[in-house]
Design a protein around this ligand. Structure first.
Ligand code: SF4
Ligand code: SF4
Length: 347
């Protein structure tokens, strides 16, 4: 990979080209722009670009045509499709043709930076081209790097998976868990991954998680950090063109991971979650001091010292009470928690 990655921005609106160029140049990329598809393809053939950001709707050669040609000339180049007229069919077509992301306009500089960071991060994980093993069944599925290979018909394929090792019941298991019902409706447009503020820290993006559930990659999904990194911000949910509640799918997966006791040993979120529910069950509300002390004592006692100053500041601002406050009629809440547990909920 070159020291500086090179990006071609293609849009018939000069202001979009100029803005993207400014934002991305400041982030250390080499950026060229083109105001139409013809100019873009000429520049692309002469240049050495790593990423192409292209507008879907342009007069003459449109974004879909540019995507098709780029993938034909240099399949390893990542193409991000941007559009002010997003539709589900166009998103599906772009992803099928190999676009790495499909982003509705307008977007903020932060969103653009985040999308390109994700693309760069993925590219940096790529290892040398590797031919698939003879006899292995190639699936468009995902497994944690480092075994990332490029396969011409499948865009980037992370590892090769033998069909017999997949869990064909996993999809039904997720669909029958509250919150996981609509995982099957995902069209793999990638909007959730592009929107997620934390996907850069996840083993697999939300879109990949959905695909992996459908492919039956039970172990990989339930032991990934993605479901615990999700902070339930609901951004993916409000932007999903199919109105799929991805946040709820993450909750369903957390639930299954906890039942299986298969979650990452190093992950602290399940522990925090358990102490939080215990706390609420006892007082009817959270008691921050007790929760943080219990959590840090178990998870990382040395961190107590590190965070004590912040605790003191919170205490001085009355955000951290020393004594717990119990709500009235706590037994009603406990009845609800017992009922949730009886229905399969976990602490
Ligand atoms: S969950 Fe929604 S936003 Fe995410 S890939 Fe599927 S359809 Fe697109
Ligand atoms: S709810 Fe979770 S998966 Fe969705 S955008 Fe927020 S952090 Fe990402």
């Amino acid at each position: 990979m070159k020291d500086k990655m090179s990006i071609l921005v293609v849009d018939d609106e000069p202001i979009v080209c100029d803005s993207c160029k400014k934002i991305l140049t400041e982030k250390g990329f080499m950026v060229e722009t083109a105001l139409n598809g013809e100019e873009a393809l000429k520049k692309f053939k002469k240049g050495d670009f790593d990423i192409v950001i292209v507008d879907l709707k342009m007069p003459g050669v449109d974004g879909m045509e540019v995507l098709r040609s780029v993938k034909k000339i240099k399949p390893e180049v990542d193409v991000v499709m941007i559009t002010g007229y997003g539709t589900i069919p166009s998103a599906v077509e772009a992803m099928k043709l190999g676009a790495v992301d499909y982003v509705p306009k307008p977007f903020t500089p932060e969103e653009l930076g985040q999308i390109i960071s994700q693309v760069v991060e993925k590219r940096s994980k790529l290892v040398a081209e590797k031919a698939p093993k003879k006899g292995a069944i190639l699936l468009d599925v995902f497994k944690k790097p480092p075994k990332v290979v490029y396969h011409p018909e499948r865009v980037w394929v992370k590892d090769i998976k033998i069909e017999e090792t997949l869990d064909e019941n996993f999809l039904n298991e997720v669909r029958s868990t509250p919150g996981g019902e609509r995982v099957i409706d995902c069209i793999q447009c990638g909007t959730c991954s592009g929107s997620c503020p934390l996907s850069y820290r996840m083993d697999y993006t939300p879109r990949e998680i959905n695909a992996m559930v459908r492919a039956g990659l039970r172990d990989e999904v339930l032991s990934s950090n993605s479901i615990w990194i999700c902070s339930s911000c609901y951004l993916c949910t409000v932007r999903c063109p199919r109105q799929i509640k991805i946040t709820d799918i993450m909750y369903a997966l957390k639930n299954l991971a906890m039942k299986d006791k298969r979650f990452l040993k190093k992950a602290k979120s399940p522990l925090l979650s358990r102490y939080f529910v215990d706390n609420v069950n006892r007082y009817g509300r959270n008691h921050e001091l007790e929760l943080t002390l219990k959590f840090f004592l178990r998870a990382n006692p040395r961190a107590i010292l590190k965070h004590s100053l912040m605790g003191l500041r919170l205490f001085l601002r009355k955000r951290f009470s020393v004594f717990p406050k119990r709500i009235k009629n706590i037994n009603q809440l406990r009845t609800m928690v017992r009922k949730a547990e009886a229905l399969g909920g976990l602490r």
